[in-house]
Design a protein around this ligand. Structure first.
Ligand code: X2X
Length: 344
């Protein structure tokens, strides 16, 4: 909405359309409801419309619209409609997209420390994940993100603990990954981890994953169970190995200039409803993490539950933890290890 249309002058069209269109008018010509939006924000993600990340944000957008009496209109573009992750990251930086949730590990290309939560086997359970991400570790990462002029909402979305799927064989131990062609998201930590596990990783945006699996550009990938189900990866993958090798979440990023241009009361309403959405989304993912396995089995996927030891040992021997300790630095590592315990 432009400054002109925000003014108190009621355009002729508004009178003509009346209550059916732009809004009902009082006798003195002020709109009383269904105000047209003053702030239209584009929210884009890489995840299907049916995933809790999209569903809960749609609910938040509705609540925000209602509470601001129509002043704030958040338009949602799910499922890579506006491009793959790498492209959407550029767009949120330039302001072509206003809000964009992104894995910290993909953001790592721009904000190196944002990949830290992806260190393999760092978080033993969800209480530890949220203590770290809503606590000192998350605060440290959010401060680093602020330096590249992106606003980060307080709480990150859950993506989940990640598991390996393949079209060829179950992965029982690290040795099964030797030379294995696996897709990883476009991120230095992800690539290094699977190289150190002996695999042959290729960085591919999620927008291309289904077709890369279908055409056998790669033989496997890794993702949380909710994604494997909702993005229908079971159609092109046969085995699911419950490696739970890392926990991954998405920071909700906003273009810094755009965010700072919003009045504080509008920011507060958006923040409030996004926080509610994130809390519901986290509950949804946890529930799915417990129920989806049965659904995937019913669809023909074959599950196995490998012992994490061979994966951890292989990474340690390859110098994975040492390499990333040097990269992230001791200060950042101490924030993580406060929650994870010593990683080596
Ligand atoms: O790209 C992926 O694999 C996904 C959907 O899990 C992320 O957003 C990192």
């Amino acid at each position: 909405m432009t400054a002109a249309s925000r003014s108190t002058t009621i355009p002729r069209r508004a009178f003509i359309q009346g209550a059916a269109g732009i809004g009902a008018l009082t006798a003195i010509g002020q709109p009383v409801f269904a105000q047209t939006a003053e702030y239209t924000l584009k929210w884009a993600n890489n995840i299907p419309a049916t995933h809790p990340s999209t569903i809960r944000i749609r609910e938040a957008a509705d609540a925000i619209k209602k509470e601001t009496n129509g002043k704030v209109d958040i338009q949602i573009f799910p499922n890579n409609q506006l491009g793959g992750d790498t492209d959407m990251l550029s767009q949120v930086r330039s302001g072509a997209i206003d809000i964009f949730p992104l894995s910290g590990l993909i953001l790592q290309t721009l904000v190196p420390v944002a990949g830290i939560n992806g260190l393999a086997f760092a978080f033993k359970d969800y209480p530890t994940v949220w203590a770290a991400m809503d606590g000192d570790l998350g605060a440290y990462v959010r401060a680093a993100i602020a330096k590249v002029n992106l606003y980060t909402f307080d709480k990150c979305l859950d993506n989940g603990y990640r598991n390996i799927t393949t079209s060829t064989k179950p992965i029982n131990a690290a040795a099964d990954l030797k030379g294995f062609k696996i897709r990883v998201p476009v991120s230095p930590l992800w690539t290094s981890m699977f190289k150190d596990l002996g695999a042959s990783p290729t960085g591919i945006n999620f927008s291309e994953v289904y077709s890369a699996l279908q055409t056998r550009v790669v033989d496997g990938q890794e993702n949380p169970l909710a994604i494997i189900e909702i993005a229908k990866l079971y159609e092109v993958q046969k085995y699911c190995s419950l490696t739970r090798h890392m926990w991954d979440g998405q920071w909700i990023l906003a273009n810094g200039k755009r965010w700072n241009s919003l009045p504080p009361d509008i920011q507060a309403v958006i923040n409030k409803h996004v926080t509610v959405a994130v809390e519901k989304q986290r509950d949804d993912i946890r529930r799915l993490d417990n129920t989806v396995e049965g659904e995937l089995k019913a669809k023909g996927m074959i599950f196995n539950d490998p012992d994490p030891k061979s994966f951890r040992d292989t990474l340690s021997k390859a110098g994975f933890y040492q390499y990333w300790r040097t990269k992230f630095g001791e200060e950042a590592m101490s924030k993580l290890e406060k929650y994870s315990g010593k990683l080596a």
